[in-house]
Structure formats: structure tokens, C-alpha cells
Design a protein around this ligand. Structure first.
Ligand code: F6P
Length: 326
């Protein structure tokens, strides 16, 4: 049984819909189990700057449906230095905070791993990112909402693409991962997805053009993952203009609208389950683990695995997309 008495919660890195549902779940489950809870504002930057407030259950009322994060978020260079982390540790000690729950993506959990090891400080992570690029969980918090946003946007773009009989490259986020592009393409009935996971093996654009994808269609929509490996939507449209000048091509970059909006039921549910599980993990003396959900079961994934292991793309999905886009 753990001797932890008070837990700090922070959100860090890019915000993701469902982070508020996760903050609510951690706060309520922790108070339910007799812990004190502290909200830490602006991620690691706010931790170093001592932007900390004790939370009651009321602090997290009426937030489950809200996008963004009530705790605010930041990307913090100072936490990458030993001095910055020492300062963060001193602040935690001053408040009597014994453990941290960090909600964020790859970079945030990397910071958590280093800090946890350096100071033997108990930390549990929650995968909060629209990119879905953390290993060991089927879905990250925010991914499903972002996918739904992409689908709604593509549905709208298809109207104009069809009217003008144009080829559209629609760039979506994902950093170095193609999950949003691939599943967004399937959900919106797009003709193809160009993703970094296979960009080094094949020329996806040449393959697409060779497949004669326009023969049976009067418009074409291709989702492009934002990574430099794919060339991005602008890079690909430049290529089309030079190499295939017959195509009337346009580009839409969806950008940060993918990070906004009210979380879907799916994201609210996984955020609530994972938030409660983070408190169970601390009660259970777990350290330096990320909470994941695999095949509908809560799992503990060591930070080293969650961050370092490349989450593989499901090649069946690519094959399905190809078969359905004839
Ligand atoms: O990690 C989430 C994410 O939205 C990525 O998909 C994207 O590459 C990045 O963050 C954008 O970061 P920022 O909001 O700092 O520009």
C-alpha cells in the first residue's frame, strides 16, 4: 500500500479533447480515495513557476464536455535542464505533493520519465494527444474527437471538390504518425492516405496516379499526414503541378482546428477510465507507467515502452482503403 497523500495533476504539450474529462476523473477518484489534489497550471512551466492550486471536486464540475484543458498547457524548454527539474522538485516538496499525474503526449511523458527517475518521484502518465502515437494503448485521449473533426471537414470539402472536379490534398496533423490520415481517409471515403510509415518504401503519389484513380471519379480527395517525410500537402501539390499538369489540384491544411471541440463520448469514456486508473495505479505503488487501454482492458505501460516503441500502423487498414477507393 502506498504512502502517498497528495497528488498533483498537470497537462502538457499539445492540448487534446478529453483532457478535461481526464482531469475531472483523476481529481474525483483521488478525492474519493482520500488524497489531497493539486491542479498545476501550464504544464511543467507552471510547475517550475509554482502555479499551483488545491482542487476540490467543484473545481472539476461542468468540464467533462469542454475541449482544451482548464489547467492550460505549455511546451517547456526549462524542464529539459537539470536546473529546471530541480526547481520543479523543490516546488513539489514545498507543497507536500507526493506524486504526479501527467497528461500529455510523447514529449511530456519523456519529461515525466526523466524526472521520475532522477528524483525517485512517483509519476503516472495518461496518453493525451490527438496523434495516437503512444505505444501500448489502442487509442490516446483526443484521437477519436480529432478523427471525427477531420471526417466532418472532409465531408464539406468533398462538396466543392466534386463540383469543380478537382483533386484535393488535405493535410492533417499527427506529427510523425499517420493514424489520423489513414483512419480519417477511411472514415471520410477518401481515395487515399499518404502517410510517413510507408513513405520511405514506396512513392505513394506515383502509385496513386498510376492506379488511374480518376477514371471512375470526378473528384479525388487524398489525406496527407503532415510529416516532412510525406512532403506535406503543399509539397505533393507542387509535385502534381510539375509532374502531372492535367490535374486541377488544391490544398487544404486543417491545422489546429483538429485539436478543438467537445470530446466525443469515446474520448470522455477512455479519459474517465484512464483517470480513475491512474489513481488506482498510485494506490498500487506503480511508478513511471502510462495508463493505456488494450482490448478494452486497463493496462500499465512502462514509460520507456510507451515512448520509445514505434506504434505500428495496421497494414490491413491501408489495404481496405485501397480496395474501397476503386
Ligand atoms: O502533438 C499534437 C500536435 O497537434 C501534432 O499533431 C502537431 O504536429 C503539433 O502538436 C503542433 O504543435 P503546436 O501546437 O505547438 O504547433
Amino acid at each position: 500500500m502506498s504512502d502517498i497523500k497528495s497528488i498533483g495533476i498537470l497537462t502538457s504539450g499539445g492540448d487534446a479533447p478529453g483532457m478535461n474529462a481526464a482531469i475531472r476523473a483523476v481529481t474525483r477518484a483521488a478525492i474519493f480515495s482520500g488524497f489531497k489534489v493539486y491542479g498545476i497550471y501550464r504544464g511543467y512551466r507552471g510547475l517550475i513557476a509554482d502555479e499551483i492550486e488545491e482542487f476540490s471536486t467543484q473545481n472539476v464540475s461542468n468540464i467533462i464536455q469542454r475541449g482544451g484543458t482548464i489547467l492550460k498547457t505549455a511546451r517547456c524548454k526549462e524542464f529539459q535542464t537539470a536546473e529546471g527539474r530541480q526547481c520543479a522538485y523543490d516546488v513539489l516538496r514545498r507543497h507536500g505533493i507526493d506524486a504526479l499525474v501527467v497528461i500529455g503526449g510523447d514529449g511530456s511523458l519523456t519529461g515525466a520519465r526523466i524526472f521520475g527517475n532522477e528524483f525517485s518521484f512517483p509519476i503516472v502518465g495518461l496518453p493525451g494527444t490527438i496523434d495516437n502515437d503512444l505505444y501500448g494503448t489502442d487509442s490516446t485521449i483526443g484521437y477519436d474527437t480529432a478523427l471525427n473533426t477531420i471526417m466532418e471537414c472532409v465531408d464539406k470539402i468533398r462538396d466543392t471538390a466534386t463540383s469543380h472536379e478537382r483533386l484535393f490534398f488535405i493535410e492533417v496533423m499527427g506529427r510523425d504518425a499517420g493514424f489520423l490520415a489513414l483512419n480519417g481517409a477511411i472514415a471520410s471515403g477518401a481515395e487515399a492516405a499518404i502517410i510517413p510509415e510507408i513513405s520511405t518504401q514506396v512513392d505513394q503519389l506515383a502509385d496513386l496516379i498510376k492506379s488511374g484513380f480518376r477514371k471512375s471519379k470526378n473528384s479525388s480527395i487524398v489525406l496527407v499526414a503532415e510529416s516532412p517525410i510525406t512532403g506535406g500537402a503543399i509539397g505533393l501539390s507542387e509535385r502534381v503541378k510539375n509532374e502531372y499538369p492535367d490535374y486541377d489540384v488544391r490544398v487544404t491544411i486543417l491545422g489546429h482546428l483538429q485539436r478543438g471541440g467537445s470530446p466525443t463520448a469515446f474520448d470522455r469514456i477512455i479519459a474517465s477510465r484512464m483517470g480513475a486508473a491512474a489513481v488506482d495505479a498510485l494506490l498500487d505503488d506503480q511508478r513511471n507507467v502510462m495508463i493505456g487501454i488494450k482490448n478494452d482492458e486497463i493496462v500499465y505501460v512502462p514509460f520507456t515502452k510507451a515512448i520509445k516503441n514505434e506504434k505500428p500502423i495496421n497494414h490491413d487498414l491501408l489495404a481496405t482503403l485501397r480496395r474501397l477507393s476503386i
